[in-house]
Design a protein around this ligand. Structure first.
Ligand SMILES: Cc1cc2nc3c(=O)[nH]c(=O)nc-3n(C[C@H](O)[C@H](O)[C@H](O)COP(=O)(O)O)c2cc1C
Length: 205
């Protein structure tokens, strides 16, 4: 059977991480629509394990500072130099402040099955995590259709308590990714995507 190239294949192929944005605002309705489409992703047990926080101008600095402090502590423990730490933190702080839209994606385990053993608890959790990935891909693809682009940052996974506290989130919302979105800057350069060597990723048994 041959897969026919159509608009879905084209949208999937065209999606790239873009990290440079034009100075244009994105209207609130568009953001709502993207989140609504994200929330149509497949999910286990008919759950809806995603929560999104649109981080507005007034909370950005607080969030960026809280994440920065958590990251600084991590890097210091790793023995990184003050010079390197300052450079990394400055860059990351700038990215969070400058993104036209900043969304925090959180995982909610509402509706999960409570297994008595660690192995199945881990498997159950993995199912919900996969679903979050599907929701984020939905969001990125829908953003592309709206002329937007952006990228994910996994940093909140490493500073979940600081993020939750900076944004005053419920205890059962697990901060996972930041989605930085905007209209792409025309000068944003994308390296060509490496061709997919199918034999590396697909085996037949
Ligand atoms: C789980 C995850 C975490 C990521 N974290 C970051 C990040 O912290 N910073 C960043 O610039 N890009 C991040 N990315 C984007 C990847 O770098 C990007 O998807 C990868 O380089 C492939 O490029 P493409 O998205 O253009 O195909 C992340 C992507 C995923 C899926």
């Amino acid at each position: 059977m041959r897969v026919h190239d159509g608009p879905v294949s084209a949208a999937i192929s065209a999606r790239r991480s873009v990290r440079k944005f034009a100075r244009l605002t994105v209207d609130g309705d568009t953001v709502e629509r993207l989140v609504a489409l994200a929330c149509t992703a497949p999910a286990p047990h008919h759950s809806r394990p995603w929560r999104f926080v649109q981080v507005g101008a007034e909370s950005r600095e607080r969030l960026a500072d809280a994440m920065g402090e958590a990251w600084r502590a991590d890097l210091e423990r790793k023995g990184e130099s003050v010079h390197v730490i300052d450079r990394l933190l400055r860059r990351s702080h700038g990215q969070l402040m400058e993104a036209p839209v900043l969304l925090l994606a959180c995982l909610s385990l509402e509706g999960h099955h409570r297994w008595p053993d660690d192995e199945r608890r881990r498997a159950e959790r993995d199912m919900f995590v996969q679903s979050l990935g599907a929701a984020l891909q939905n969001l990125l693809l829908a953003a592309g259709e709206a002329g937007l682009a952006g990228y994910l940052k996994g940093a909140p996974l490493f500073s979940a308590d600081a993020v939750r506290s900076a944004l005053d989130l419920p205890a059962d919302w697990e901060p996972t990714f930041l989605v930085l979105l905007g209209y792409p800057d025309k000068s944003a350069e994308l390296s060509p995507r490496e061709a997919i060597d199918i034999d590396r990723f697909l085996v037949r048994r």
